[in-house]
Design a binder for this molecule. Structure first.
Ligand code: NAD
Ligand code: TDX
Length: 339
């Protein structure tokens, strides 16, 4: 099996590559990633010398480069993780989100049509469903929940999902889509809630909680997400959407307090800052379909996963300190400097 994994120098894609190379020693994995601010080649250092692994630095929006890669590699499966992934950045500058998340997806699928593949898998998000109210804990997102996006990021991901389903219906492309809740774990870029709070707490910097911190997210350990995608690309039904979630809803403020406790830092570091524009209140996934059809269940309890994650950030300071001392510092100043 020859698999192209796009966005593999980012958080979830890199974890997926490690999972696949370990579990399937006879598979070839080709990572296609243009190394945006969020892509980090040092993350892939442990597999760079693996003869079954190849890294290619190109953009999924570059049709010529993508076609050339397909001609060279004849992939059986394409798993598309490549995306602009940060909601706050999409609010500042939506354009690159449209280019990468929508146009890039179309280019990849055109290559799949032209050269033939057995599966195109789109890694999507629960954010395409919009949000749920805090006072209706009985409501969950199912695969039938209407698309109802809030941010330029989620709209671009929803646009891509609709294109993927259209390529299936119109051209018969063998596609699957997964819509996962918030991931956490090693190699998570420190602009996102959990790694940002860990890094700031370790540096005794303020912990910027948006609004009152009552927004709810459904957190899933990244390895469990990777295992779900592994199942879907091998056993999932073509043309189907699968929700993936941890049944682990938590308020932002409780996560931040837990991180303070685990690191022995005072809660007085918590600073309430201006809320995110259009901030989704609650995400909650109903993962019944993937459980019933493919037998998937989350394996990592949040209490264990957050400990493992914090330990990883303590043991890999160089990885995230390099990031926060570079260009990212300008972004951080712009985002949090005046609030
Ligand atoms: P990330 O930002 O950590 O990584 C994205 C990767 O894509 C980076 O390596 C970047 O260099 C690469 N990339 C960006 N634009 C590219 C382009 N034009 N061509 C090639 N490579 C490009 O993101 P992540 O958190 O790992 O998310 C991966 C995927 O999973 C995304 O599609 C995201 O929408 C989806 N997702 C993420 C979460 C989450 O909690 N992080 C949850 C559900 C779904
Ligand atoms: O500094 C912060 N303070 C804060 O209160 C940051 C960065 C975030 N937050 C809040 C906003 C959200 O309610 O924490 C929550 C989580 O924020 P993010 O880590 O930015 O994640 P979210 O917006 O929920 O989106 C994530 O999950 C779905 C990923 O970034 C997306 O790529 C994925 O699709």
């Amino acid at each position: 099996m020859n698999i192209i994994v796009t966005g593999g120098a980012g958080f979830i894609g890199s974890n997926f590559i490690f999972h696949m190379l370990k579990k399937y020693p006879d598979y070839r994995i080709v990572c296609l990633d243009c190394l945006t601010y969020a892509g980090n080649l040092s993350t892939l250092a442990p597999v760079m010398d693996n003869p079954n692994f190849r890294f290619v630095k190109e953009s999924i929006t570059d049709r010529e480069a993508v076609y050339k890669l397909f001609e060279e590699e004849h992939p059986d499966i394409v798993v598309n993780f490549a995306a602009e992934s940060h909601v706050d950045r999409s609010i500042e500058n939506p354009e690159v989100f449209l280019d990468t998340n929508i146009k890039g997806t179309a280019v990849l699928m055109d290559a799949c049509r032209k050269y033939g593949i057995t599966r195109y898998h789109q890694v999507s998000t629960d954010e395409v469903y919009g949000d749920l109210p805090l006072d209706r804990p009985d409501l969950f997102f199912t695969e039938e929940t209407p698309i109802h996006t809030s941010s330029p990021y989620s709209s671009s991901k929803a646009g891509a999902d609709l294109l993927v389903l259209a390529y299936h219906r119109t051209y018969g492309l063998p596609v699957t889509i997964s819509r996962c809740s918030n991931n956490y774990g090693p190699y998570h870029f420190p602009e996102k809630l959990i790694p940002l709070m860990i890094a700031n707490a370790l540096n005794d910097k303020p912990l910027p909680v948006y609004g009152e911190g009552l927004n709810v997210r459904d957190w899933l350990y990244v390895e469990d997400h990777c295992k779900a995608i592994d199942l879907i690309i091998h056993k999932g039904r073509v043309g189907e959407v699968y929700n993936i979630g941890g049944h682990n809803e938590m308020k932002n403020i409780d996560i931040v307090k837990l991180i303070c406790k685990e690191l022995g830092k005072p809660e007085s570091l918590i600073t309430h800052v201006t809320d995110r524009k259009g901030h989704d209140m609650r995400y909650a996934i109903d993962p019944t379909k993937i459980h019933n059809e493919l037998g998937w269940l989350p394996e990592t309890k949040f209490a264990d996963g957050i400990k493992k994650t914090i330990k990883w950030y303590l043991e890999n300071r160089e990885w995230w300190e390099t990031i926060i001392s570079g260009e990212y510092q300008n972004y951080y100043e712009k985002m949090y400097g005046d609030r």
